[in-house]
Design a protein around this ligand. Structure first.
Ligand code: HEC
Ligand code: HEC
Length: 382
């Protein structure tokens, strides 16, 4: 008897409590879409709060020559450009938490004052290890028509590319879950991701989306030659002669692969064997496709900003432009995959005379864009 009455007493206390709670809970936010949705509320009291994720679209500022001669920049539908995304990406590009021991960021090898390339022949990763290829400078990524990245084209898309350096053992040597944990625990990042992507749950996919948005803003299109095309600058006779040599099939014959006035990217973004070696230690594209016909093929680099991107070629073998021009003039090496456009390989190259070499170099340097190197929007925001 005693136990039963105790139980009844307990139950009645509980039910009084429940009634009291449900009375208090009667009012609240009843909209299940709202952030503060209250499933126990019976009547809506107008306190619902909603997630206003309404980022501002970022419109790429496309300079005159790129706008005039190129198709519109290509932006993937699943990663539209926003001001918030670009700013976050810029912060992440300079963020050392992306490396295993918090000592390196993307910018450790991609330095603005080297046109987002590296002054070292081979970039040095967090463990002091060196790769066998030079860091590629970064600009005009949104016009990379084939969407293949790296010297050998092994990455598809800018977002896909950015996943790789973080985990590369000779680069940032981290694992993505640790990087994500560090960003998640950071004071600023969760709210910045929320502003950019509408969620403060960070993942590697969103990290690379933000970085790619920033990279797409790295546009170079205001060199002396761009200004010349725009009618705002004059070329010297030497620079003009250099351009003619560049364009002349019986002269330097450079334009097939490296662009011209109507392809102001100054690259075809394709892969060629330009005759550097008779045998290939680095197979380049061939190692990626497995096709021996691709051995020794590398992505054509853009010739913009050469004043800032020495040393040259995928393995940084040439310290100066004079060495590069000497190579194309007399040092070409035959191998079975050499590009048919290297028509003069049997005589070693295009045989430019000393004055032509000086003029060609003068022209190449007109493609250097000081505004790009000094643009404050690209610098370290941290
Ligand atoms: C330790 C030096 C190092 C770090 C750190 C580094 N990179 Fe690179 N980056 C390189 C090298 C070297 C290459 C060329 C590698 C190859 O082709 O195999 C490269 C290539 C690239 C390319 C290809 C460009 C093109 O035209 O195909 C992009 C884009 C790039 N890096 C972005 C990044 C981003 C984003 C980060 C940070 C998440 C980063 N890099 C971190 C050294 C580095
Ligand atoms: C058949 C296509 C082709 C032709 C023609 C060609 N190049 Fe290249 N060029 C390339 C490729 C591919 C590379 C990168 C090769 C590598 O690193 O393995 C390159 C690299 C370069 C570089 C180094 C850029 C850097 O940032 O490392 C310069 C400078 C250059 N070429 C200038 C010229 C000039 C000047 C001419 C004409 C005399 C010329 N090229 C003709 C395909 C070509």
């Amino acid at each position: 008897m005693k136990t039963i009455s105790t139980k009844i007493a307990l139950l009645s206390i509980l039910s009084i409590g429940l009634v009291a709670t449900s009375c208090r809970k009667k009012e609240g936010c009843t909209d299940s879409e709202a952030l503060n949705f209250d499933s126990k509320a019976k009547r809506d009291n107008g306190t619902c709060e909603y997630d206003v994720h309404n980022p501002t679209a970022h419109i790429l500022a496309v300079p005159y020559t790129l706008n005039k001669y190129l198709p519109a920049p290509s932006i993937p539908a699943d990663n539209p450009m926003t001001e918030e995304g670009v700013e976050l990406g810029r912060k992440l590009f300079y963020e050392k938490l992306l490396s295993g021991d918090n000592t390196e960021s993307c910018s450790s090898c991609h330095l603005q004052d080297h046109a987002f390339g590296d002054e070292n022949s081979f970039s040095i990763g967090i463990d002091g290890l060196q790769g066998g290829r030079s860091a590629m400078p970064i600009w005009n990524m949104a016009w990379n028509s084939g969407n293949k990245f790296f010297w050998d084209g092994r990455a598809d898309g800018i977002e896909g590319q950015a996943l790789q350096p973080v985990i590369n053992p000779i680069e940032m040597h981290a694992v993505w879950p640790n990087v994500v944990d560090k960003l998640q625990a950071h004071n600023d990042y969760p709210s910045l991701f929320k502003k950019a992507f509408g969620t403060d749950i960070i993942d590697s996919n969103l990290v690379v989306k933000a970085i790619a948005q920033f990279e797409r803003t790295l546009i170079s299109g205001n060199s002396k030659f761009d200004k010349y095309l725009k009618g705002e600058a004059q070329l010297t006779p030497s620079e003009l002669n250099g351009y003619n040599i560049f364009m002349d099939e019986a002269g330097g014959d450079c334009f097939h692969c490296h662009g011209d006035a109507v392809n102001p990217l100054w690259t075809d973004n394709r892969f060629h064997n330009n005759g550097l070696d008779a045998t290939h230690t680095d197979l380049g594209l061939g190692a990626v496709t497995g096709d021996p016909n691709d051995n020794g093929k590398f992505k054509t680099p853009s010739l913009r900003n050469l004043a800032y991107t020495a040393p040259y070629m995928h393995d940084s073998r040439f310290a100066t432009l004079d060495e590069v021009i000497n190579f194309y003039s007399v040092e070409l090496k035959y191998s079975s995959t050499i590009d048919p456009l290297m028509k003069n390989v049997s005589v070693g190259g295009v045989q430019l005379n000393p004055q032509d070499r000086i003029d060609l170099k003068a022209f190449l340097l007109t493609l250097t864009d000081e505004d790009f190197i000094n643009n404050p929007k690209f610098s370290n925001p941290n």
